[in-house]
Ligand binder design. Sequence first.
Ligand SMILES: Cc1cc2nc3c(=O)[nH]c(=O)nc-3n(C[C@H](O)[C@H](O)[C@H](O)COP(=O)(O)OP(=O)(O)OC[C@H]3O[C@@H](n4cnc5c(N)ncnc54)[C@H](O)[C@@H]3O)c2cc1C
Length: 329
Amino acid sequence: MPEQDQDCVIAGGGPAGMMAGLLLARAGLRVTVIEKHPDFLHDFRGDTIHPSTLQVIADLGWLEEFLALPHQKAPDLHAEIGGRQVTIADFRSLKTDCRYIAFMPQWNFLNFLAGKAAAMPGFTLRMGHSVTGLLRDGDKPGDKTCGLTWQSDSGTGEIRAPLVIGADGRHSVIRREAGFIVTDFGSPVDVVWLRLSRRAGDPAPAMSHAGPGQGLVLIDRGEYWQCGYVIRKGSYDDLQAAGLPAFRAALAALARLPAGRFDEITSWDQIHLLSIRMDRLTRWWAPGVLCIGDAAHAMSPVGGFGVNLAIQDAVATANILAAPCARGG
Ligand SMILES: Cc1cc2nc3c(=O)[nH]c(=O)nc-3n(C[C@H](O)[C@H](O)[C@H](O)COP(=O)(O)OP(=O)(O)OC[C@H]3O[C@@H](n4cnc5c(N)ncnc54)[C@H](O)[C@@H]3O)c2cc1C
C-alpha cells in the first residue's frame, strides 16, 4: 500500500535535491526528499559556493543569514604552474551581489537549506532512507513513473507522486532504474584528499600547484589545509605500495609548506580516495521522472562548480515544473 501521496518525491539530499525540494515546497507543493545518510556530515564534498549560488540565496532573501556561517571568501583563484603564479579566475567584475567564491563545509550549506525547507509546510526530509527503485503505472519499462520505493533500518515503503526527481548523485539508482543512457567521458585522474594543520606564519600558497604530471590543490579552511592530490586514474594501489614516506615526499615537493608538516600523515586512514567520473545522460527525463545534478551529469572537481551546476538544475526544475505540478500535471 502506498504510504503517502506527494506532488513530488526526490531521491538524494545533496545540493541538487535539497534545493529542488526547498523551491518546490516554497511554491506550495508537497515534497519529500529521501536521503540515504543519517546526516550531512560527509567530509571532502564540494565546498565551493560560487557567485551564481550566492545569488540564488540572495534572491531568496537569506544572504545575510547565510554569510553569518563560517566561510572563507576567495575573490580570485591562483595556481602555481611550472613555478609561475597564474590567476586562473577573478570574480571581481561579475555583475552579481557576491563577487567571490565562499568556501564553506558542505554540511553547513545543506543544514542551512534543510533548516529553511523545514519551515515550508509541504516539505518532508527523510534521512537514513535509501531509494531502491521506481514505481510505474504499468509493468513495462516504458510505462509512466509514478513513485519510488525505499528501505531504511525500520523497514521498506513506497511513496507515490506524479513527479520523481533523481538527485542521487553519480551512482544514481534513479538513472539506472529509469533506463537512461549514459555517455561516459572517462577521467584521466583521481584525487586523494587529506587534511594538514594550518599554523600561524604559513605562507598563503596558491590554491593549486601543478608540477610535471602531478597536481596539488590546497584549500584554506581556517584551522586546516584541505589538500587534494591529483593522481593518475586507478593508481592509488601503486601510491600505497610505494609507502607513506614516498607519499609525504611527493607532497612536500609540490606544496610550499614546511616539509615537517607532512609528518602529520602517519596512516593511510587519514587519506580518502575520491574516484573521479565524468558523464552525461543523453536524455534526462522520461514520463514522470527527471534526473538533475550529478545524477544527470557527473562533474569533475576541476573549477569546483559541480555543486553550483546542481543548484542551477534545481532552480530550473522548480521554475519550469512547479506550476504544472501544482495544477496536477
Ligand atoms: C573529488 C571531488 C571533489 C569535488 N569538489 C568539488 C568542489 O570543490 N566544488 C564543487 O562545486 N563541486 C565539486 N565536486 C563535484 C560535486 O561534488 C558534485 O557535482 C555535486 O555534489 C553534485 O551535487 P548533487 O546534489 O547532484 O549530488 P551529490 O552531492 O552526490 O548528492 C547526492 C545525494 O544523494 C544521496 N544518495 C545517493 N544514493 C541514494 C539513494 N539510493 N537513496 C537516497 N539517497 C541517495 C547521497 O547520499 C547524496 O547525499 C567534486 C567532485 C569530486 C569527485
